[in-house]
Design a protein around this ligand. Structure first.
Ligand SMILES: Cc1cc2nc3c(=O)[nH]c(=O)nc-3n(C[C@H](O)[C@H](O)[C@H](O)COP(=O)(O)O)c2cc1C
Length: 402
């Protein structure tokens, strides 16, 4: 019997079939890994709900604004107890960053950011709000379980403000931008001067900008060196990685944490990264170090530093957070991109936690005036693309009527 050889047409048919199956598999995987979507589903609903009619004129409108605030590693370390005349803001200490934030200092900065959003939402919703910030030292009580009171926002009914602060409109437009900034475009005229005035009336909080010269070289290298030190510290690597989310299912489950979408990668690389199996902590943090060194630091138009008299003081941390939130909202309104780069201060706290020589403390002290300690560093510049939203736990998951 003559042997049947596959014809050229048959080979093409079989090849085409395999290609189709492979393409179908790839498409399925791409769909499953969220390559074609971002910012949809319950993990992102808080961004659309924050000004919803059902909250309007109630204290829950303040909570809906609070949950959209900047916060460390998107841990959302907050809980809100609501009455008709107050909202208590509590630190949810179990949502800590471990050795990345051993004194819960960044946690309290994040709570300050949430408080600032509440203060902006209060007048629009017919409340005169008075914040009562807690005092005390984080260096003495850095316990990492349970909840502790950070502030009470006292509320009195009043007519809704006819002219709300423009910053209120920016609440849902503010996103951390980890992409490259456009070095060829200058910051808008008078922009940093305007930011400096945001710290007026806050004698305990200092704001400094570092755009060029030796000081710029020093802060740039401190940020890169501190990132290198974090990546080399197994505990910090692990504690940071706990909050990295891998794919849509993980994001839906937690509605918190750092996602690939917000990492600032170019679109093609982002799609490829989403298709790959989960990256190890080492690989993803090495990519973070490379981005810090090659993109974040060199493309920034200027660095900013918020300093306080004692960075482990609870009230000062809350106030630093309030200022950072105002700064970032102001930037969102002006079309300026921003990203915290707080690695040097994280390393100073890590040295203190381990009882090591205060090398990082000395290094960061160069970025603030005598008698003040830096607690928060950030970069700014003109954006090259739109920064995406990060997930949020909605109001009903983080609050209750007291
Ligand atoms: C105290 C504090 C420290 C932060 N440190 C960093 C940082 O070092 N690097 C970074 O990319 N983002 C940092 N962030 C930004 C948060 O990761 C970001 O606010 C959070 O993921 C939520 O995302 P969103 O700001 O886009 O809403 C920090 C924010 C706060 C409040």
């Amino acid at each position: 019997m003559a042997t049947k050889h596959p014809t050229r047409r048959n080979i093409l048919k079989i090849g085409g079939g395999i290609t189709l199956v492979a393409a179908g598999g790839l498409l399925w995987r791409a769909e499953d890994r969220g390559v074609f979507t971002h910012g949809e589903g319950p993990a992102y609903s808080a961004w659309g709900m924050w000004n919803a009619p059902e909250y309007k004129g109630t204290p829950f409108a303040l909570v809906a604004a609070a949950v959209l605030a900047s916060n460390p590693h998107n841990t959302q370390p907050w809980y809100f107890r609501v009455t008709d005349t107050s909202v208590s803001v509590e630190a949810d200490r179990a949502r800590h960053l471990g050795s990345m934030d051993p004194y819960l200092r960044e946690m309290h900065i994040g709570l300050g950011c949430a408080i600032e959003n509440m203060m902006l939402a209060a007048p629009v919703n017919g409340f005169a709000a008075t914040p009562e910030l807690q005092t005390g030292s984080l260096a003495e009580d850095a316990s990492r379980s349970g909840r502790s009171l950070a502030a009470i926002i006292h509320l009195a009914k009043t007519d809704p403000a006819s002219e709300p602060s423009p910053l209120h409109d920016a609440i849902a437009r503010r996103h951390t931008d980890r992409g490259p900034y456009d070095h060829d475009r200058n910051l808008p005229d008078g922009f940093t001067g305007g930011l400096a005035s945001l710290a007026n009336g806050m004698p305990d909080v200092h704001l400094r900008f570092i755009a060029d010269g030796d000081a710029r070289e020093r802060i740039d290298s401190a940020i890169v060196n501190a990132t290198t030190a974090i990546v080399a510290d197994d505990d910090m690597l692990h504690d940071s990685n706990v909050w990295f989310r891998n794919g849509p299912d993980d994001i839906e489950k937690h509605k918190s944490g750092i996602t690939l979408d917000t990492a600032g990668m170019p679109p093609g690389i982002l799609a490829a990264a989403k298709m790959l199996p989960p990256l190890s902590a080492e690989t993803s943090h090495r990519a973070w170090l490379n981005a810090t060194q090659d993109v974040h630091v060199p493309s920034a138009a200027a660095m900013g530093v918020i300093a306080v008299a004692d960075r482990h003081d609870i009230k000062s941390s809350l106030e630093a957070g309030r200022l950072w939130q105002r700064i970032h909202l102001t930037a969102a309104l002006a079309g300026v991109a921003m990203q915290p780069l707080n690695q040097p201060v994280e390393m100073a706290d890590r040295d203190k936690q381990l009882g090591r020589a205060p090398d990082w403390e000395k290094r960061i002290s160069a970025f603030s005036d005598e008698g003040f300690e830096p607690t928060f560093c950030f970069r700014m510049g003109m954006p090259t693309r739109q920064a995406p939203a990060s997930p949020r736990r909605p109001v009903d998951e983080v609050s209750e009527t007291a």
